[in-house]
Design a protein. Sequence first.
Length: 87
Amino acid sequence: MARMLAFIVMLIPALMAGAGIKFMRDTLFGKLLEPFPWLWLQFAIGIVFFVAGLGFFAGFLLHRDRKRGKVAPKFQKSSNEKRNRPA
């Protein structure tokens, strides 16, 4: 059950990023979709969806790899950051 929940949590940002790519693509071809009154707004929302979805996914991967110790030294948290974490 936990794996299914984790899959769903990762599926939502992936679908959001995919929708962002679609909104930007449709804007470049001049196709205005229903909820948007202007092409520029459709493109801006597409960028926001894409960046938010990709950022969530990348942050999850970085967090997971930091826990497993599989990141380069420049991406590891310093000992100062570890001490200042709230308990």
